[in-house]
Design a protein around this ligand. Structure first.
Ligand SMILES: *Cc1c(COP(=O)(O)O)cnc(C)c1O
Length: 399
């Protein structure tokens, strides 16, 4: 009894993953149990009911981003969508002499590593820097695009610092130069308005578990007019317009569809709610830590993201000392060492400041009471740790 009542940590890591919305879980359930058919088995009702549900979901995903249902390819997540878009575009257009790829230093690893893989295959990869506010310079981007550019890939919203890139402007630029434009919208889709036509997006990746849907499913939008041509990564039965062979996981697709439908209906309200909540969080933290600063543009930012540097603090220690809150540092732990975040480094932060940074992610289920509690816990502990650290340093200096 006591154990069951023990509070779980306050969840402030919504950029890592989101809980599945109970409405989404409910929509998925029948497709695990009664309606378990293979959506590609169209000769009996098990298959056709699964197929109908998958097609309904495809329409819901499309509606969220202003696309047509037949432009949506189901994948296993944004990692696969990004790989398919970046490598697929390069591999289709490479043999036609387009062997140049443009992306940005703060992209998710799966885009950067896809670009690197293309580099090993003989493509020329250009990785653009960002300004201190995390945004890409449009003139620089324009200058980087060439006759032989196969694809430009720029994320819509960053997973560490929440910064929104000027996607409309980039889309306009790419369309004028007739270059394929891919955007990783794993963080943006369902959080801020995205419209593939208004923004001239040719390829767009999104992920179920970043917008209150299940893990293990995502989508790739592939424009039909003018047609975005890409090669598939996998060979097989030719499902998903031959771009993604393999049985579509109907329960997960239904979940993604439901998540997109809910996000579309509630996005504006949620955006306003989270913006207010984030302001409360930031005001509270500043009261404890007056010299803390926010990384990345404040204005062009996901409503649920706050990335903060507390100069002089060791973020790893802070997190270890505040188990009542679930959040993360901005550093990436490799098997051998803790390395400073390459995203914060790209913004110009020193290794020391990067190691003093935390990411707080708010979302649909976050409450005002949780924010107040998190402020108290993180604010007091950070202030104490810094005072102790300064004391130790002073002691060391004296000795
Ligand atoms: C989470 C994330 C991904 C990877 O998505 P998965 O569905 O987990 O593979 C890619 N890009 C961004 C920006 C993300 O936040």
């Amino acid at each position: 009894m006591a154990e069951a009542e023990q509070a779980r940590p306050i969840y402030l890591d919504y950029q890592a993953t989101t809980p599945v919305d109970p409405r989404v879980a409910e929509a998925m359930w029948p497709f695990f149990t009664q309606a378990f058919g293979n959506p590609h088995s169209v000769h009996h009702s098990y298959g056709t009911e699964a197929e109908a549900a998958v097609e309904r979901a495809r329409g819901e995903v499309a509606a969220l981003i202003g696309a047509e249902a037949r432009e949506i390819i189901f994948t296993s997540g944004a990692t696969e969508s990004n790989n398919t878009a970046v490598k697929g575009a390069a591999r289709f257009h490479g043999p036609m002499g387009k062997r140049h790829v443009v992306t940005v230093a703060t992209e998710h690893k799966c885009v950067l590593e896809s670009a690197k893989a293309l580099g090993r295959d003989g493509f020329e990869v250009e990785i653009l820097p960002v300004a201190p506010d995390g945004r890409v310079d449009l003139d620089r981007l324009a200058a980087a695009i060439r006759e032989d550019t196969a694809v430009v890939s720029v994320m819509a919203a960053n997973n560490e610092i929440g910064v929104l890139q000027p996607i409309s402007e980039i889309g306009k630029l790419c369309r004028a130069k007739r270059v394929l434009f891919h955007t990783d919208a794993a963080q943006a889709a369902g959080k801020v308005p995205v419209d593939v036509n208004d923004m001239n997006i040719d390829l767009l990746s999104l992920s179920g578990h970043k917008l209150y849907g299940p893990k293990g499913i995502g989508a790739l939008y592939v424009r039909r007019r003018p047609r975005a041509r890409i090669s598939a990564l996998m060979d097989g039965g030719g499902q998903e317009r031959t771009l993604r062979s393999g049985t579509v996981p109907a329960p997960l697709a239904v979940g993604l569809g439901a998540a997109c439908r809910i996000a579309r209906a509630e996005m504006a309200e949620e955006e306003a709610y989270l913006t207010t909540l984030r302001q409360r969080l930031w005001d509270g933290l500043q009261a404890h830590l007056p010299d803390a600063y926010v990384n990345g543009s404040w204005a062009a930012r996901l409503p649920g993201n706050l990335n903060v540097t507390v100069p002089g603090l060791d973020a790893e220690t802070l997190i270890a000392e505040t188990p009542e809150v679930a959040y993360s540092t901005a550093s990436a732990c490799s098997s051998t060492s803790v390395e400073p975040s390459y995203v914060l480094s790209a913004l110009g932060l020193s290794d020391q400041d990067a190691a003093a940074s935390i990411r707080l992610g708010l979302g649909r289920m976050t409450t005002e009471a949780e924010i107040d509690q998190a402020v108290e816990t993180i604010g007091c502990t950070a202030a104490r740790l810094r005072a102790e650290g300064a004391g130790r340093l002073a002691g060391a200096g004296a000795g």
